[in-house]
Design a protein around this ligand. Structure first.
Ligand code: MN
Length: 291
């Protein structure tokens, strides 16, 4: 099943090249009671709601995909977990290019030594919104990554069991300001985490160990790789993350980007596609002045 959020607060199930609007079914189900849970209540409820969602979507009003603006498919993630350099050829590329790593030795260390980092949840957008460059005079790069959405509470799970804790997958963009600051600061700028265009649940996509994916900017190919070349694979990343903190439904895990990262500038259009998930276009703009 392909679950999406669109047009500022609507929910949909993607069927072929259409979106079935299931907003009424979903919004009536969750009562907001303060303080709100720090995980995503819809993702947590998917195992119970799946069959009903499918049934409701068959009769729901439909819109063509091309006519909607997609929001991030997870509304309230508690954490955006991200892997640093997790493709061998990207590590070689970073070692070769001083402007990427800024002589910061930590950037050249292997993922198994330095572990994972966090991106602020306030940086998350869907492809219907633009990436807004906040430091236009500095280099800002695109990074396409397979994104994993956690489906149930995962506390110190083994790699062997890890895939049982996954709700599904989406395309992730880990937009990155280059420079000397900590990764989590440079990658947490508003709009610098893109998730979309929808969440493909594991009943439809169960094996992500060999997915081809690519990213282009204004039709110029920049990144093309396959998840089979991940240094630490999806089960390994879930084991690594859940050793340190409990993963909750709706937490998003950005699995790392391959070689070919490069700069974007205002006016660019990023096109990203992952086999088995789909494709999305994301505009790049200059950030508005502070208000
Ligand atoms: Mn990244």
């Amino acid at each position: 099943m392909r679950i999406c959020r669109f047009n500022e607060g609507r929910w949909g199930i993607v069927v072929g090249d259409e979106v079935a609007d299931v907003t009424q079914f979903i919004s009536g189900r969750f009562e907001a009671r303060y303080p709100f849970p720090t995980y995503d209540v819809l993702i947590a409820a998917l195992p119970e709601l799946g069959a009903d969602l499918r049934r409701v979507s068959e009769k729901a009003a439909r819109l063509p995909i091309a006519a909607v603006r997609f929001e991030a498919p997870v509304a309230n993630p508690g954490k955006l977990v991200a892997a640093p350099i997790n493709y061998r050829k990207h590590l070689d590329e970073v070692r070769d290019q001083v402007e990427i790593h800024n002589n910061n030795a930590a950037h050249l260390k292997q993922i198994r030594e330095i572990g994972l980092f966090l991106k602020a949840t306030s940086s998350l957008i869907g492809p219907g919104r633009a990436v807004r460059l906040r430091e236009p005079e500095r280099r800002t790069d695109h990074e396409i990554e397979l994104a994993v959405v956690i489906g149930r509470v995962a506390d110190r799970v083994s790699a062997r069991a890890a895939l049982d804790y996954v709700a599904g997958y989406a395309i992730g963009l880990d937009i990155t300001l280059r420079g000397p600051e900590e990764r989590s600061l440079r990658k947490s700028i508003d709009t610098y985490s893109v998730l979309g265009p929808w969440l493909v649940t594991t009943d439809e996509l169960s094996d992500v160990s060999g997915l081809a994916f690519q990213l282009s900017v204004n039709d110029e190919p920049r990144q093309a790789a396959n998840t089979r070349d991940l240094v630490v694979d999806v089960p390994g990343l879930i084991e690594m993350a859940s050793r340190f903190y409990t993963l909750h439904p709706g937490d998003v895990l950005f699995t790392g980007t391959p070689e070919g990262v490069g700069p974007v500038k205002p006016g660019d259009t990023i096109h990203a596609a992952i086999e088995g998930i789909g494709e999305m276009e994301v505009a790049v703009e200059a950030a508005a002045d502070a208000s």
